[in-house]
Write a protein that binds this ligand. Structure first.
Ligand code: HEM
Length: 365
């Protein structure tokens, strides 16, 4: 593909929805009501999404040499190695058993990146966060659709099994999940949803980001043979409530892993919408192209100090980024206030400092 194929970034590619600010305020208000209930249950504040952590890892991202100009953009502009801290999670905003399927998250914080930060209050920061989930799209791909999901989650907040079913159905996306919104007592079908080893998954940004001169969706895919071998491997019948954490801890006790970061560049604004993240960008039109290697050495993945640091002190946020990777589209704009509110509440209630790290040495062993 020639560079001319790729749609150049410009500020007018984004189009705000009517009443978007009010819709987003309603999302955040509902989210915080649920979050407060989860706090009251545990007497400890959790993330409003991706509350359960399955491993905290350190490693590094190495940008590939000789990337062509369309891929050599933003943090991938030149060959470089960035230290990273990674938090593995599952999507619900409460702690559920790993016996049942839930979307998996991989949040990556890259340290020491160059370039101006996007948010004015982060001009001293040198981090770029990538928040990825193991599905290429989000079923409710813009703010008003997301508000319906959030209302549904709030309505069933005291029914953990229903919440888990809703979140799992959302991850698989599509008509079943939409159907669930239309009826009073939705029976959200999660039968057949895979409950596979977390380390064999491919994790996607789901929504678009600015990619320097262009626009892209990003993913992290298993690269080394040992994690590729785990793709599609179901958790055994003997899986217990903490099966995912146990698998991650056991794996990194003895071995390391490699993943590849890839970028899918926007080539057609009609077929590949920015404002609706529920529409998958066709890979036949624009494949995910390799840009960097993520290397994770063997380590202790879930020590008490790491668990507390990652769950209570760290914040991952798609708006923790450089200007060259501005999050784009309605669902991304909804995330500005949502992540800020969730993180602020969590830190206040757990009496923890809200800090950004600038050295991997700050992550405890
Ligand atoms: C584009 C699709 C999305 C992806 C890929 C995504 C991914 C993630 C991941 C991986 C985490 C865990 C971060 C960590 O380990 O600390 C997370 C947390 C969170 N997500 Fe999302 N998310 C998406 C959309 C949304 C939306 C639309 C909202 C709400 C409007 C939302 C609200 C949250 C909140 C509140 C947290 C917890 C923040 C904190 O307390 O620090 N997410 N998300």
């Amino acid at each position: 593909m020639s560079t001319a194929t790729y749609v150049p970034y410009n500020d007018n590619l984004e189009q705000k929805q009517e009443n978007e600010d009010q819709i987003i305020d309603s999302v955040v208000e509902s989210m915080m009501r649920v979050n407060t209930r989860v706090f009251d249950k545990h007497r400890h504040a959790k993330r409003d999404a991706h509350a359960k952590c399955h491993g905290v890892l350190t490693g590094h991202v190495t940008v590939y040499d000789n990337l062509p100009p369309h891929l050599a953009q933003g943090v991938f502009a030149r060959p470089a190695t960035y230290p990273v801290v990674i938090r593995l999670s599952t999507a619900p905003g409460d702690i559920h058993s790993d016996k049942l399927p839930s979307p998996r998250g991989m949040a990556i914080k890259m340290l020491g990146v160059d370039g101006p930060q996007l948010l004015p209050n982060r001009q001293d920061a040198t981090t770029q966060d990538l928040l990825l989930v193991n599905h290429p799209v989000i079923a409710f791909g813009h703010a008003s659709a997301y508000l319906k999901t959030q209302k549904l989650l709030e309505k069933h907040a005291d029914d953990p099994d229903m919440v888990r079913r809703i979140v799992a159905a959302l991850a698989r996306g599509g008509s079943k999940a939409l159907h669930a919104l239309g009826i009073d007592n939705p029976v959200v079908d999660t039968l057949g949803a895979p409950n596979n080893h977390i380390l064999g998954e491919t994790f996607f940004s789901m929504a678009a980001v600015r990619y320097g001169d262009y626009v892209a969706k990003l993913c992290a895919a298993p690269l080394s043979d040992n994690v590729r071998a785990l793709t599609g491997q179901p958790l055994g019948d003997d899986a217990d409530d903490s099966a995912l954490r146990n698998l991650v801890v056991d794996f990194f006790n003895g071995q390391g892993a490699e993943y590849e970061l890839r970028a899918q560049l926007l080539t057609d604004i009609e077929k590949m919408p920015i404002e609706d993240a529920s529409i998958e960008w066709p890979q036949e039109d624009s494949p995910y192209q390799p840009v960097a290697r993520l290397t994770i050495p063997p380590q202790q993945a879930y020590s008490p100090a790491r668990r507390v640091f990652a769950d209570d002190v760290l914040s991952f946020n798609p708006w923790h980024c450089i200007e060259a990777h501005r999050p784009m589209g309605s669902i991304m704009r909804a995330r500005i206030k949502a992540y800020e509110a969730s993180s602020k509440f969590r830190h206040e209630m757990n009496a923890q400092p809200r800090i950004e790290i600038d050295s991997i040495g700050q992550v405890p062993d």
